[in-house]
Design a protein around this ligand. Structure first.
Ligand code: TXA
Ligand code: MG
Length: 349
């Protein structure tokens, strides 16, 4: 086993923080059974402690250790999609500290496919003599853009030295946006399966395996119900990714249909330039002073892979505004529209 992985596992066992790559985004990890270590995650992120974090487990882990009940629907989804970018919300086993679940009686479980994440989870499980989990939110400050490269993590936590935070290197995350979250904790009450956060694994992917169409908290929101109302209606647990202003860069971001971009750009006052416009195709007569055109992929998976790195890069580019061309509204773009919509919502108040 790699020395660095061994050191990382030992640090987790000692209650310290380790950032690690996953196929979705990088995580800021701590021993899921150590409340003081979990408190360190919240402190480093500046995240309110009533927000639950996901527990990451090694491939083949005993889920009954974490969940009081693992319904057949969960087994099917696990067979189809684990290791991979899918988080399942299940009823929490009593032994699991409530702190990891932000005080809720549920637990979010995810088995990431990134080999470095798997190596770490296996080494940590060995060290703990069997069952072990790594609690890890995305390794960014609360409300900010998730990191998809080790450098992003270091930039996000410059105040933490090497002693306080070991960052494992794992290249650029393949998927690029956070896992799909499916709530299976309330099936006995007739609620769910429900998508709490859309991701790389789509509603169609889930339907094929479940044999039924999952409900969607996201869908309710999009129909205009405000967050509080929709959460009360569904009784869904609190999901910080469902806060409106999330995944936001510091530069104000707008999403506009292609037809409106040129017009919008042309009427901007001087003091709102320079701006960057992220579009699918090269525009005709693009030369406008103070306007930079950035081309992005029209394939949703490739788009997702690049989105957060691009947001970080543009955020450092000295622009006054960022404008993203509105992606198609089809199901394949759902997760991207969700993230862009939230990023833009941070500036629409
Ligand atoms: O792809 C991912 O899921 C990444 C990587 C690192 O695995 N993690 C991630 O974590 O996005 P975070 O904390 O940024 O988002 C996790 C979401 C939060 O919105 C949280 O509220 C929700 O999962 N969550 C976790 N446990 C939950 C629970 N027991 N009940 C309801 N929501 C939960
Ligand atoms: Mg996050």
């Amino acid at each position: 086993m790699d020395d660095l992985i061994r050191e990382a596992a030992q640090r987790l066992a000692d209650g310290r923080l380790v950032a690690f790559p996953t196929e979705t985004v990088y995580g800021l990890g701590a021993d899921a059974e150590n409340e003081a270590a979990i408190a360190r995650i919240y402190a480093a992120k500046g995240r309110p402690s009533d927000h639950p974090v996901i527990v990451h487990v090694a491939d083949g882990a005993n889920l009954e250790y974490w969940a009081s009940h693992v319904p057949v629907q969960a087994r099917r989804l696990i067979d189809a999609f684990w290791p991979g970018p899918l988080t399942l919300i299940l009823p929490r086993a009593d032994r699991v500290p409530a702190a990891v679940a932000g005080g809720q009686d549920t637990i979010g479980l995810r088995c990431p496919s990134h080999p470095v994440a798997q190596d770490l989870l296996k080494a940590f499980s060995q060290l703990k003599g069997g069952n072990a989990g790594v609690a890890a939110p995305s390794a960014n400050k609360f409300g900010q853009v998730s990191p998809t490269q080790a450098d992003h993590v270091r930039a996000e936590f410059v105040e933490l030295g090497d002693e306080e935070l070991l960052v494992l290197e794992g290249g650029a995350s393949e998927v690029g946006i956070e896992s799909t979250i499916v709530d299976l904790s309330r099936l006995e009450e007739g609620v769910g399966p429900m998508i709490l956060r859309p991701g790389h694994i789509t509603a169609d992917d889930l339907s094929r395996v479940l044999g039924t169409e999952p409900e969607s908290l996201f869908g309710l929101k999009r129909q205009g119900a405000d967050q509080q109302a929709s959460e009360n209606k569904t009784g869904a647990p609190r999901v910080s990714g469902s806060l409106k202003a999330h995944y936001a860069p510091r530069t104000p971001l707008f999403v506009l249909p292609q037809a409106e971009i040129l017009q919008w750009v042309a009427q901007l006052p001087q003091d709102q330039l320079p701006i960057a416009c992220v579009v699918f195709d090269a525009v005709e007569n693009p030369v406008l002073p103070g306007v930079e055109w950035v081309l992005i992929d029209s394939d949703p998976k490739a788009y997702a892979r690049k989105l957060y790195a691009l947001l970080r890069q543009l955020d450092r580019g000295g622009y006054r505004r960022l404008v993203f061309e509105q992606p198609p509204s089809s199901a394949a773009w759902r997760a991207i529209n969700d993230r862009l919509g939230r990023a833009a919502a941070a500036f629409s108040k």
